[in-house]
Design a protein around this ligand. Structure first.
Ligand SMILES: Cc1cc2nc3c(=O)[nH]c(=O)nc-3n(C[C@H](O)[C@H](O)[C@H](O)COP(=O)(O)OP(=O)(O)OC[C@H]3O[C@@H](n4cnc5c(N)ncnc54)[C@H](O)[C@@H]3O)c2cc1C
Length: 428
C-alpha cells in the first residue's frame, strides 16, 4: 500500500527442502514465525510484496483484548440499515458488489442468532486470553515492549440512548472478567480533554493497548525473527498442495519448493490458495479507510472510539490516525478515499480544534469471516498445511495467540484451547 515502505528482504530459495514455509509476511505470518522459531523450527516466509504492506500496514494499532463481541451482535445488526443509507457512512456496499456479497451477509446475519452469538463470544473470549498471554511473551522475547502504550481506550456515546444500548455488551464482557469504567463529567473530560459536548458519556477500558505504529511494529518483529534465523523470500505463491511426507509450494515464477509443513497466513487473499486444495471458506474483505494526520493535529490522550460512527482515533508515534468503516467491494476495485475524508470531517466535529491538514490516506483489506472468528486449523487435505487467516478487525490483537496455536498444530503439541470454533470446516 505504501511506496515508502522498505522492500522485503529476499534471502533466495536455496537448495535444501524447507522446514516450515509461511505464506504471507503480514503481522499474522510474522507472529507465527516467531512462535515456530521458539520451538526450534526453521522458518521461511514467502511474501510477494514488502513485509506487512497489506492490512497490517496501516491499521488502528489496537491490542483490543477486550473486544470479544462478534460484529454480528444485535446492536450492530440494528444499526446496519441506518448506516447503509449513508453512502459514506460506517458501512457500505460498492455498487455491483451486492450480489457477490449476499451469501456472506446471510451467514453474517445467521451468526447473530442468540445461540451462535453466545458460542462465538465464548470462543473469542478464550482466544483473547491466549492472545494476551502470548503477546506478552512475544513482546519480551522480541524486545518490543517499549513499542506498546498501556493507557487504555475510551469509547464515546452521543447521549443516554446510545450509552444504554451499549450496556448489554459491557455486561457480556464483564462475565469474561474484562475490566472497564463508565465515565461522565470531569472524569470524561480528564480522560480526553476537548471533546464536543454532544458526547455525554464514555467507557474507559484500562487493559486496552496500542502499538506505536503497526507497520513499525511489524518491521521490528521482522528484524527480530530475521536475527533468529528466519529467511524471507520475495515471491508470489501460486499453489500449495500435499505431497508425500510434506508440502509442495508452487511459485508464480514456475519454481517448486518442498517444505515439511506450510502455514497459509495470506490474509484476505488466503482463499485463493485454500480453494485449490478443496477448502471453500467464505472469506471476504471488509475494506477499511483512514487518514494519518501529523502528530500535532490534536492532543489525543489514548485511542478514542466512536462506536456509533464506526471509527476510531489513535495517537501513534507516526501521527494521529483517524479511521475505520467497513466497505464491501472485494479485492480488486480501486479505493474510494471520499470515505477517509468523510471520517475526518466527523472527527473535526467531534474534536473541535482538530487540524485536518497534511494527512496521508490509506485503505486496507481486512480478512473477514462471517462469524468474526479467524480460521486456525489444519486443511482438509493434510495436517501439514495449517491455516492462519481471517482475523477481520483483530489480526494485530490476535497475532501472537495465533502464532502459538499454529506452533502447536505444526509441532504436534497439545493445544492451548479448543480449536473447533476456528476450524476451516465449520462452514460446511
Ligand atoms: C482500517 C483498519 C483498521 C484496523 N485496526 C485494527 C486494530 O486496531 N487492531 C487489530 O488487531 N486489527 C486491526 N485491523 C485488522 C488487521 O489489520 C488485520 O486483521 C491484520 O492486519 C491481518 O493480518 P494478516 O497478516 O492476516 O494479513 P495481511 O497483513 O494482509 O498480510 C497478508 C500478506 O500475505 C501476502 N500474500 C497474500 N497472498 C500471497 C501469495 N499468494 N503469495 C505470497 N504472499 C501473499 C500479502 O501480500 C500480505 O502481505 C484493522 C484493519 C483495517 C483495514
Amino acid at each position: 500500500m505504501s511506496n515508502a515502505a522498505p522492500m522485503a528482504p529476499d534471502d533466495g530459495p536455496g537448495h535444501e527442502p524447507l522446514d516450515v514455509a509461511i505464506i504471507g509476511a503480514g503481522i499474522v505470518g510474522l507472529a507465527c514465525a516467531q512462535k515456530l522459531l521458539g520451538a526450534g523450527r526453521r522458518v521461511t516466509l514467502i511474501e510477494r510484496h514488502g513485509v506487512a504492506e497489506g492490512a497490517s500496514f496501516g491499521n488502528a494499532g489496537a491490542l483490543a483484548f477486550s473486544d470479544i463481541l462478534p460484529l454480528a451482535s444485535s446492536g450492530k445488526i440494528r444499526q446496519a440499515p441506518k448506516w447503509l443509507m449513508d453512502p459514506l457512512g460506517p458501512l457500505s456496499i460498492r455498487p455491483g458488489y451486492a450480489l457477490k456479497i449476499a451469501p456472506w451477509l446471510l451467514r453474517f446475519w445467521r451468526a447473530g442468532w442468540r445461540d451462535r452469538i453466545q458460542r462465538s463470544i465464548a470462543a473469542q473470549g478464550a482466544m483473547m486470553q491466549v492472545a494476551e498471554r502470548e503477546m506478552d511473551v512475544l513482546l519480551a522475547e522480541a524486545g518490543l515492549a517499549s513499542m506498546v502504550r498501556r493507557d487504555g481506550s475510551l469509547e464515546l456515546y452521543e447521549g443516554e440512548a446510545e450509552f444504554r444500548a451499549s450496556l448489554p455488551g459491557w455486561q457480556a464482557r464483564s462475565a469474561h472478567g474484562i475490566g472497564f469504567e463508565h465515565v461522565r463529567g470531569e472524569r470524561l473530560a480528564f480522560l480526553q480533554p476537548g471533546l464536543a459536548p454532544l458526547f455525554t458519556a464514555g467507557t474507559f477500558v484500562p487493559g486496552w493497548r496500542t502499538v506505536s505504529d503497526p507497520h513499525d511494529f511489524a518491521l521490528a518483529l521482522a528484524a527480530a525473527i530475521r536475527a533468529r534465523g528466519a529467511c524471507f523470500l520475495r515471491r508470489e505463491v501460486a499453489g500449495v498442495a500435499p505431497t508425500e511426507g510434506g508440502v509442495a509450494i508452487r511459485l508464480a515464477d514456475g519454481q517448486r519448493l518442498i517444505a515439511a509443513a506450510a502455514v497459509v497466513a495470506a490474509g484476505a487473499w488466503a482463499s485463493r490458495l485454500t480453494e485449490q486444495i478443496g477448502d471453500r471458506i467464505p472469506l471476504e474483505t471488509e475494506r477499511g479507510y483512514n487518514t494519518t494526520l501529523p502528530p500535532s493535529a490534536f492532543d489525543v490522550r489514548r485511542q478514542i472510539i466512536f462506536g456509533g460512527h464506526g471509527f476510531v482515533i489513535t495517537p501513534l508515534t507516526t501521527g494521529l490516525r483517524v479511521g475505520g468503516a467497513v466497505e464491501f467491494g472485494g479485492l480488486d476495485l480501486p479505493p474510494n478515499f471520499a470515505r477517509s475524508a468523510a471520517m475526518l470531517r466527523k472527527a473535526q466535529r467531534f474534536l473541535p480544534g482538530l487540524r485536518p491538514e497534511g494527512g496521508r490516506q490509506w485503505m486496507g483489506f481486512r480478512p473477514s469471516l462471517p462469524d468474526s472468528l479467524p480460521v486456525i486449523g489444519a486443511s482438509r487435505a493434510s495436517p501439514r498445511i495449517v491455516y492462519a487467516f481471517g482475523h477481520g478487525h483483530l489480526g494485530l490483537t490476535q497475532s501472537a495467540g495465533t502464532g502459538r496455536l499454529v506452533r502447536e498444530l505444526v509441532c504436534g503439541e497439545p493445544s492451548s484451547m479448543d480449536l473447533t470454533p476456528f476450524s476451516a470446516t465449520r462452514f460446511g
